[in-house]
Design a protein around this ligand. Structure first.
Ligand SMILES: [Zn+2]
Length: 194
């Protein structure tokens, strides 16, 4: 998810297939899948092994997210179909949150309409209605379970990213007309890049 102006960067899909296995020493920027890529519809599997490879992947996800720039990234968006999310909603970009195998409990009947954007739907911002207060229970990069209450931007971001793990995108909340308009514009953009 991001709330910043799209910076017009060209994403090269071919790089995806050349990505080397994650090495411990380096960080790399990972290519981000863009709507309507069907791989974004994959339902992610739970993480069961918490090893160095996972922690390297998480480092690369943060690097990719900060570079985009975005405030949240789900592994689905980089074509890794495991239940892993990176988030940092702080202004200083110094408050990284690792969210693995998340579960959310809605704590309020209140909902709020907020403009959302997504690194996988570059250039588009639309209003989405979501509950404003949640409890997030998840594991960190070492498998340690934690539970936090979240509201405002963090609550929205967590729900947006968990949607990705279910193969869902924020454009799914829009009218078919709006969604199809975005789809055809991005399709056209992708064709121009090839
Ligand atoms: Zn997103």
């Amino acid at each position: 998810m991001y709330l910043y102006q799209y910076n017009g960067k060209i994403i090269d899909f071919s790089v995806l297939f050349l990505q080397p296995s994650f090495s411990a020493a380096t960080m790399s920027l990972l290519p981000i899948l863009e709507f309507p890529d069907p791989r974004l519809r994959t339902v992610a599997e739970p993480v069961t092994v918490f090893n160095d490879e996972l922690r390297q992947l998480i480092k690369d996800m943060f690097e990719t997210m900060y570079d985009a720039p975005g405030i949240g990234l789900a592994a689905t968006q980089i074509n890794v179909h495991q239940r892993i999310i990176t988030i940092d909603t702080s202004e200083e970009k110094n408050d990284p949150l690792v969210v693995i195998n998340p579960q959310v409990e809605i704590l309020t009947d209140e909902t709020e309409k907020q403009q959302e954007g997504c690194l996988s739907v570059p250039g588009y911002y639309e209003d989405v209605v979501r509950p404003t207060n949640i409890r997030l229970t998840a594991q960190d990069e070492h498998g340690k379970e934690y539970s936090i209450e979240a509201d405002d931007l963090l609550a929205i971001c967590v729900q947006h990213e968990i949607d990705h793990l279910e193969g869902k995108l924020f454009v799914d909340y829009l009218s078919p007309l709006k969604r199809n308009r975005i789809r055809s514009k991005l399709d056209k953009l992708h064709r121009q890049k090839v």
